[in-house]
Design a protein around this ligand. Sequence first.
Ligand code: MG
Ligand code: MG
Ligand code: MG
Length: 307
Amino acid sequence: MEKVFIFGHKSPDTDTITSSIVMENLERKMGNTGAKAYRLGKVNKETEFILNYFKLEAPELLEKIEEKANVILVDHNSFAQSVDGIEKANILKVVDHHCISGFETSTPLFYIAEPVGCTATILYELYMMNKIEIEKAIAGLMLSAIISDTLLFKSPTCTEKDKEVAKELAKIADIDIEKYGMEMLKAGTDLSDFTAEELINLDSKEFEANGMKFQVAQVNTACIEDVLKGKEEIENAINAFIKANNIDLFLFAITDIINSNSEAIVLGNKKEIAEKAFNVKLEDNRAFLPGVVSRKKQIIPVIKENA
Ligand code: MG
Ligand code: MG
Ligand code: MG
């Protein structure tokens, strides 16, 4: 039995956690009994709600990976967003739905990427391809990931395929998508007991463009004003992060999942790049970004273009 570590990105979101668990299930059903899911950070409240709902445990925490350890990456490929030591690990597989960036291997691998809204959508296809039946709880996890990544199909990242797969999964899991989906997303908007430092790290990713290092963090809320009450502490936390990690630009998106807009707090010595990217003038380091909900489709590309 060969040990295989399966994990998603740092600052784990629902898709990253559930896809690790689902991939473990799939690998084991294909005979790879050494496959095991891990997480690279704290599980967020939305994911906690989902795991409780399906009576499952969160995967074990993984802090670094040994040289030559066998790994499978889900929901990411960029080494900057992966586990410490990833450069020297033996990457067997990648199942992902992000642009390929900061990724390299010295041996051939199984790599599947599709421009769909969620890793779970691709995993569903892998079950179909391998003719493996999907259990109820596994279907529930995959459905939850699609709801989370597409904000209940409202994000511009959502494709027809995500919607079709979600419907199939809802049948297997016996779940009312709208009712469960709203409940699940709402569980993730309870930000009340996080410190500012925790808030900016809940869902935070590092990127690079044109030699510029930038970080984009995002939180979901039903009320932007509520989150802005802590703006001063948030700015202090961002400035400390910028200093500690040599970041040129930090964008913190507070996303209103009811009305599908975001408010951005932008700091760093290259913050004018964000002004150009969104054609806005920052006032008091902040700007309203109407219709912006997707980091992947509506934030990262325009920052990269203007870097
Ligand atoms: Mg993710
Ligand atoms: Mg994802
Ligand atoms: Mg996300």
